[in-house]
Design a protein around this ligand. Sequence first.
Ligand code: SAM
Length: 243
Amino acid sequence: MTAPSSTPPARLTGVGVGPGHPDLVTLQALGALDAADRVVAPSGAPDAVGRAESVVRQVRPHLRVERVVFPMGTGGPSSPASGPARELVPWLDAGEHVAFVTLGDPNIYSTFSSLASEVTRLRPQVEVTTVPGIMAFQALAAMAGVPLAEGTGALSLVTALDGTETLSQALEDPSRAVVVYKGGRHLPAMAKLLEEVGRLEGAMAGELLGLPGQRVGPVAELASGPAAYLVTVIVPPAGRVDG
Ligand SMILES: C[S@@+](CC[C@H](N)C(=O)[O-])C[C@H]1O[C@@H](n2cnc3c(N)ncnc32)[C@H](O)[C@@H]1O
């Protein structure tokens, strides 16, 4: 099945809308939403308003948002994206410019990457672009007043969906700052590990940033139990604990 050749060139744009605060949506993202023929958001169910859609509702209350349902894995919406991609095909075949909104940035751990790959497989002629978004760890660093990297310092972004192994490896270099995504279920284990290696002091957690139920505080205080999937942890370099 190929797209009719007489239609205008279709475009798919992944639009990062930031972590949740409406004031962290960039002007470029707003422009992309306004310019698109159709705005699409990932969702866990046809009747569920996803996080990215809730941000769009705040910044563009009158904009119609289509939902595409992504299968729910243990860690939130995930691949396979073939079903959602097929839902976009009729719009793209009609030559529409489709904007797909995603939390944070569309090129970092985003449903957009797998969606775009699948769309490209189905419709190689579709032009795929992205609009960068502010990421949760940047928002958390700003809220907590924690500079993460200076000079020639390094920064690792790791995940803890399946446990603390990758975090443990990243902590082997004490001069390296670490950001942990997808670690909600393992927050108590992360706190224990950070304490063991002397990095608990200064480590901050941000849960549901910019969204209802937001919590921001030291990991030591927030780690009495598991946190939500949407939790971010930042660990400044050893020996440079601010505040
Ligand atoms: C699937 S990744 C999405 C990352 C996103 N594309 C970005 O650029 O920030 C989901 C992880 O991002 C982090 N995250 C995204 N939005 C967040 C928020 N509002 N509050 C806290 N953490 C968030 C959490 O670590 C969560 O487990």
